[in-house]
Design a protein around this ligand. Structure first.
Ligand SMILES: Cc1ncc(COP(=O)(O)O)c(C=O)c1O
Length: 350
């Protein structure tokens, strides 16, 4: 199409995980959603915002999402000027690339991790360079000093589930000439996070999502934490009404109900540890995970065989298209009952 920019015409779009229309008839463990509902306070807040006649929907929402920034700032220990709210953390990742990397400039990330970074860089016409992992989960051949514009580090890593150590991430921050974007989509399930590094290094940005640990994937809520200068730039380029009224109400209610949130995470972590133990006991190779999923390989290293057999039993897990990951599957952690059923099915399949 002659109307398109050549890089857009040439690129393949990102392919999100399959969302079946009849989701209720599946055990759905393919997109790392939370198996528990969000806090009941979220539903209350959404209903209160709609009101009995929906009149509030006539008017635009807050353009600044200030109440959300305040709630997040209080929770994470930052001034609201260090926080931007977004329509999913994908929006923050997108705007970080738009703000920092132009045509022909370098953007890097670890492979395997979240391939959407590549799509975003391609849209900009930026040059993508990926770095593999060593057997001990360090970045292979990371340069002594990284000269690219943005480097994305997913920790806990998806799809593998491991975390980089705080000292290792700090060394990357010191050796990164551009922004180091630490994508902490799964950090609420981990033993530690990198928020302190945002305070310490001006090139560090942390992104978070409410899609997983707060069970709000359907509301599209995420955030970024960085120095006010970076936040101000992101504010300039985002859609001015990027969060709708209902999402804003849901977000504040969710962040304020920490008791519910902690209990939900606790159950998922407990189930993850149990599932990892049981799956290992039947001969699977399971990478110890700090996220709400595990990456597991059957003894014959044939992920597709197990994926197909589970699919036939209406259990949906993630088989990644990357040939490097064909030996295993990423399995989200559902309820204890879901995981017991999945384990029984896997034991039958072998
Ligand atoms: C590593 C990683 N980053 C970001 C996202 C996007 O999250 P959100 O739903 O907030 O856009 C995902 C979603 O699966 C993810 O796995």
């Amino acid at each position: 199409m002659r109307y398109l920019r050549p890089n857009i015409a040439a690129m393949n779009g990102y392919v999100p995980g399959f969302q079946p229309d009849d989701a209720a008839s599946w055990i759905k463990l393919n997109t790392n959603e939370n198996p528990y509902p969000p806090s009941p306070k979220v539903t209350e807040a959404i209903l209160a915002e709609v009101g009995s006649d929906g009149a509030s929907l006539r008017t635009y929402p807050s353009a600044s999402s200030m109440k959300l920034r305040e709630a997040a700032g209080e929770l994470y220990g930052f001034d609201p000027s260090w926080i931007i709210m977004a329509n999913g953390s994908d929006e923050v990742l997108n705007n970080l690339i738009r703000a920092c990397a132009g045509e022909g400039q370098d953007v890097g990330y670890v492979h395997p991790s979240y391939s959407y970074y590549s799509t975003l860089a391609e849209i900009q016409g930026a040059v993508v360079c990926t770095y593999g992992l060593t057997d001990s989960f360090a970045i292979e051949a990371f340069p002594e000093y990284y000269h690219g514009r943005v480097f994305f580090l997913t920790t806990p890593n998806s799809p593998l589930g491991f975390v980089f150590s705080p000292a290792y991430i700090e060394s990357l921050a010191q050796n990164c000439g551009g922004l180091l974007v630490i994508d902490e989509a799964y950090a609420d399930f981990a033993d530690w996070n990198a928020l302190e590094l945002v305070k310490k290094y001006e090139n560090v940005v942390v992104t978070r999502t409410l899609s997983k640990s707060y069970a709000l994937a359907g509301m599209r809520l995420g955030l970024g934490i960085a120095r006010p200068g970076i936040i101000a730039a992101l504010d300039k380029i985002r859609d001015h009404y990027n969060l709708d009224r209902l999402a804003q109400a849901a977000c504040v209610a969710a962040l304020r109900d920490q008791t519910y949130f902690r209990e939900s995470c606790r159950k998922i972590i407990e189930t993850r540890e149990w599932f990892t133990h049981e799956l290992t006991a039947i001969g699977y190779d399971v990478i110890p995970s700090q996220a709400n999923f595990v990456f597991a390989s059957p003894p014959d290293k044939n992920g597709k065989r197990v994926y197909d057999a589970l699919y036939g039993r209406k259990i949906l897990v993630r088989l990644l298209s990357d040939p490097l990951l064909a030996h295993g599957l990423r399995i989200s952690i559902g309820t204890r009952e879901d995981m017991a059923a999945t384990l029984n099915a896997i034991a039958e399949i072998g």
